[in-house]
Design a protein around this ligand. Sequence first.
Ligand code: FEO
Length: 396
Amino acid sequence: MTEIRPDVNWVGAIDWDIRECGAYTTPHGTTYNSYLVEGEESTALVDAVKRGFADQVLYRIRKHMDPGEVDYLVCLHAEPDHAGDIGALAEATGAEVVCREKCRDALEGHLAGDLDYVSREDGETLELGERSLRVIDASMLHWPDSTFAYLEDENVLFPNDAFGQHVASSTRFADETRWVMEEATRYYAAILQMYSGLVSRKLEELGELEIDVIAPAHGTVWRPAEEAAGDGPTVGDVLEKYGQWSGSVRRDKAVVAYDTMWGSTGKMARAIAEGLMEGGYDARVYHLRSSDFTDVAAEILESRALFLGSPTINSTIYPSVGEFLTFLEGLRHGGDALAFGSYGWASAAERELSEQLREAGFDVDEGLTSRYVPADDALVAYRRLGREYAEAHRAP
Ligand code: FEO
C-alpha cells in the first residue's frame, strides 16, 4: 500500500506477466490500480481490477483496514481489465457500486451477477464526510462509459485509462520509475490518438480545476515536480505532452516503414531516410515484418510524415504492410505521407498504399516506384526527395 495523498492509498494489483493488451503490446507488464479514499464517514475504492487480481487488492486493503469497512466501489470504466473482478470485490466488501448509467450498462453487459448500484452522473458528487469525489463525464476517452473522478480537497484526478502507462513496477510514482514516458507515449498513440479532439476539449475543461496529482488506472501516479523523489516525469510533464499530442504538435521527425521481398524496397527506404537525416530530420526506419506495430505507432505520434513502402506482390501490397495499414487506419494520425515500392512487371502496391493512406486521413504526395532494383541515379533521387522534404518542412 502506498499513500499518494493523506488517506488516499494505492491498493492496486501488479501484472508482471502481461505482454499484450487489446491490439497492442505491453513489454513492461502493467498494473490495475485501485485507490482507497477514506473520508470521515465512509470509504470508497476507486477503480476495481481485472479478473483474478482481486486477491492482491484485498491483501493490500487488509494491511490497513477490514475490507468490510469499504462502503463504495467507484467504477470509472467497465472494460474487463478494470471491472473483471468487481464482483469479487463487491462480495468481499459488501460495498455498493457507484457509477454513471453508461457504465452500469456496460458492466451489466460484461458481467454476470447482481451488484448494488448507486448512480452518479457528470458533476454530481459522492460524499465521504468532509471530502467528496466529483464525477466527470469522459465519454469516449476511450469508451462510452469512461469517467473521471476528482477528489476535491486534495486536487487528485482519477482519470481511469487516460494518462495511463503499461508499466509494472515496485515504485508507484512516475518520477521514480523507468519507461514511464515511453509507455505513456505508446499508450496515447494506441488508445487515445483517435480521440484527440475530445482530449483537447477535456484538457481545456480540466484547466478549470487545480490538479496536483493524476492517479490513473494503469502504471504510476503523476505527482508535482516539487514532490518528486526521482528525475522522471511529473504531473506537469504529462499534461504538457497530452496538450501536444492532442493538438497534433509534430516534431522535425519522420517514420520510414516498409517491407521488402528481394531488398529493393528496403534500398528505397534507406535512401529516403538518409535524405531526411541530411535535411536535419530525426528519421526512424522500421522493417514492418520484424517490428512491433505499437512501437511504430508511438514513433509516428510526434512525426510530421510517414513514408510507407511495399513491393508489389500478386498485384497488391505485401501482407505485413497491409496489416500495418489496418492498424494505422484506426489511429487516425493524419499528417503527411508518401508511398513507395518496387515492382517487377506491373506496379500496384504504391497506388494502393497511396489510396489507403488518403482514406486514413493523410495528406499524400505523389509516390515513388522502382522497377526491380533501384539504380544508383534513382537512389540519388530518393535521397534528394527525403532531404528536400525535411528542408521544406521544418519547425520555425
Ligand atoms: Fe484499461 Fe479501457 O481499459
